[in-house]
Each structure stands twice: as C-alpha cells, then as structure tokens.
Design a protein around this ligand. Sequence first.
Ligand code: ZN
Length: 244
Amino acid sequence: MTSDRTLNNGALVLFSGGQDSAVCLAWALSRYDRVETVGFDYGQRHIVEMGARLRVRAGFEALFPDWAARLGEDHVLDLRGFGAVAESALTADRAIEMTDRGLPSTFVPGRNLVFLTYAAALADRRGLGALIGGMCETDYSGYPDCRRDTIDAMQQALNLGMEQTFTIETPLMRLTKAETWGLAKALGGEALVELIVEESHTCYRGERGERHPWGHGCGHCPACELRAAGWSAWTAAGRPETAP
Ligand code: ZN
C-alpha cells in the first residue's frame, strides 16, 4: 500500500525556541516554499522554553516579510508520557553531571528518535517533505541520537515504515557553535543575530537571568557555557558569516 499523501516542497522544523532551532528555522525559510514548526511538551521543567518559541516566531514575522509569507502553522505536541519514562535532568529536578555511561545527565534516552517519529507523522498529514532539526555532532558528541549516522538510519526507518520520501535535514550537523552564529548572520544579517540573542532560550536551568552579550541564561550550566563560548569565539574572529 502506498501512502495517499503527496509531499510538497514544504518543511517542518523541530523548533524548541533555542538558538540552534531558530537558525534552522531561518535556514528552512530561505529554501522552502512553506515552513511549519513543531514543538514538544515532554514535561520540561521550564515553561520558559515555550514562551521563547512564540517570541522567536513573532520576531521572524516582524523582521522578515519574505519569510513571514512562508511561515505557516505552529504545532505543539504533548509528549509528557515520554518525559515520564525518560526522566532525566531536563525533565526532573536532578543535577547536571556526567553519568557512569559517559553521557551528560541532560541526555534523554531516544529523545530525538521520538521527536522525529512524531514530526514525521505530523509532516505526513501536512504534506511536508522535509524534516529539519538542529542536531549537531560537533559540540555534543556525547549525544548518540544527534549523530548523522543515527539520523540517516531514522530517515530510512521512517520512509520504510510510513511509505514516504521524507528527507531529514540537519544544517548544523558539522558546525561549531561559533559557526552557527555565523550562519545566522549569513541568513538574516545582524537583525537575526540580535533576535536570537534576545529571544531564543538555551539555558538548561530555564533561567532568563541577566542579559549577557550572548543572551539570557544562568551563565553556568553546560548549555549556557557552550552558547557563551561559541559567541566569544565568533566575536573574537570578527563575526564572520558561515555559508549556508
Ligand atoms: Zn544556564
């Protein structure tokens, strides 16, 4: 049996409201006719992430008219059942540290596999041919579901299991965090950089906190440290653009 859903030149962006997914949204809007976003409520400790999603989307609509015309619906899927199974530092009140498996305690087992499965089911219903995620193996080699090998296997499994022709695009896969800032500048200029600094949310602790040069956050958790280090490296290099 073949799926009755024909896919178009549209994309569904896995959009958390963080720096990486905001850059992915810009990348998608620069090359697809229609772009929708999906977020996952998996029992995050911090509702702040959901607020950031809406503010970043609103910023895109206000600042970039060409992109606003292509930006379609936002979807939020309830994955709290998964969050309950996969409980870890992101979803429960545990310390952020390395576990005896050599993985950070922020690792939620299989999270991206679940996200991609739900995203693909939604994309099938919406007729969107591309799934776009900010997975990156440069800075997070400890996250096995961020590796391109995992994504390739997932793409094959989804296409076999759904009789579809999805592509899973991971534009940040080989970029450093500094290069991700450069990609934002290449796609949307300093206006996009400023929007991401001001409104995107990365901090694991969910703190808006003080306004650092790289944005808001506690400044001490691994996510804040990574974002701050990337920003410092990028500004020290003269804020170069990264070719999409
Ligand atoms: Zn933080």
